[in-house]
Design a protein around this ligand. Sequence first.
Ligand SMILES: Nc1ncnc2c1ncn2[C@@H]1O[C@H](COP(=O)(O)OP(=O)(O)OP(=O)(O)O)[C@@H](O)[C@H]1O
Length: 285
Amino acid sequence: MVAAPPQPRTSSVDLPPAPSEPQEHAEAVSTTQQEGIISVRGMDFMYGAKQALFGVNMEIPANQVTAFIGPSGCGKSTLLRCFNRINDRIPGAHIGKGKVIIKGKNIYDADVDTTQLRRQVGMVFQKYNPFPKSIYENVVYGLRIAGEKRKKVLDEACERALREAALWDETKDRLKTNAFGMSGGQMQRLCIARAVAVKPDILLMDEPCSALDPIATLKVEELIVALRKEYTVVIVTHNMQQARRVADLTAFMYLGQLIEFADTTTIFSNPQQKKTEDYIRGQFS
Ligand SMILES: Nc1ncnc2c1ncn2[C@@H]1O[C@H](COP(=O)(O)OP(=O)(O)OP(=O)(O)O)[C@@H](O)[C@H]1O
C-alpha cells in the first residue's frame, strides 16, 4: 500500500455542461492547499478551434503519484502532455488562457527552452518505444545528446537508471545486446530507465501498462510506487484499479474539466462530486 499523501482540499464545483451547451465554464476545482511542483492555473487548451481543456486549476505535489482518470476523450492525455509541451508538436494545438508553473516558472513563457523542459519533465508512453540500439545506448541516449562523452559518467548513469527501473539484475550481463530482444515489460522498464537517466524532476506516464500483460503490469506498478521517492509521477490510466493501487492522489476529469482532485482514498471511497461517484460506480464510461 502507498503511504497517505498530504491532505488535499476539494472544493465544490458545478458539473460541466453537456457538450452541446455553450462552452462557458466556471473555475474548475482547486485542490491541494500548498503550491505544488506543478501548478496549473486557469488553463484552457485548444486543438485549433476545438477546446479540449477548460479552466483547469490544480496543484500537483512533489514526490507523490498523481493519477488522471475519466472517460475516453475527457482530456487526460492532453493535460498530461501540457506539462512538457509535447502537445506543441501538433499543428494548431496551443494553450488558451492560463499557465502551467513548474518549480516557479511558467513553462509557456516565450523564453522557455522546450528541450531543457523535456529533460526536467520526462515522459513514458503507452507503447514502449526503445530505439534499435543496445540496452546501454538506449539508457544513455539523453545524456549523449546532451553532449556527455565521459565513459565513467555514462556507465554510472546507466547502472543507476537501470537500478531505479528495477532492471539492473536482468540486464547487467547483456548491456550491449539489442533492446528489441527484451520482453514487452522489460522494454517499458527500459523506457523508464531512459527517462530517469537524465534525472528529471517529473515523470509523466501516459497509460504505461496498457500494452503489458498482468505480470508485467504488476512490475511496472511496483516501480511507479518506488519511483516517487526520487520523482514526481503523473500517470494517465483507464484502469481505476490501477489508480487505486499506485496513486496517492487522483484527479477525475470529464468533458475537459477537472471535476475533483483529492487523495485516492477520498476519490474512491467518499467522492464529493456526484459525477465522480457515478463514474467510480461504473454508471458511465
Ligand atoms: N491531435 C488532436 N487534434 C484534435 N483534437 C484532439 C487531438 N488530440 C485529442 N483531441 C481531442 O481532445 C479531447 C481530449 O482528448 P484526450 O486524448 O486528451 O482525452 P483522453 O481523456 O486522454 O482520452 P482517451 O482516454 O481516449 O485517451 C478529445 O475530444 C479529443 O478528440
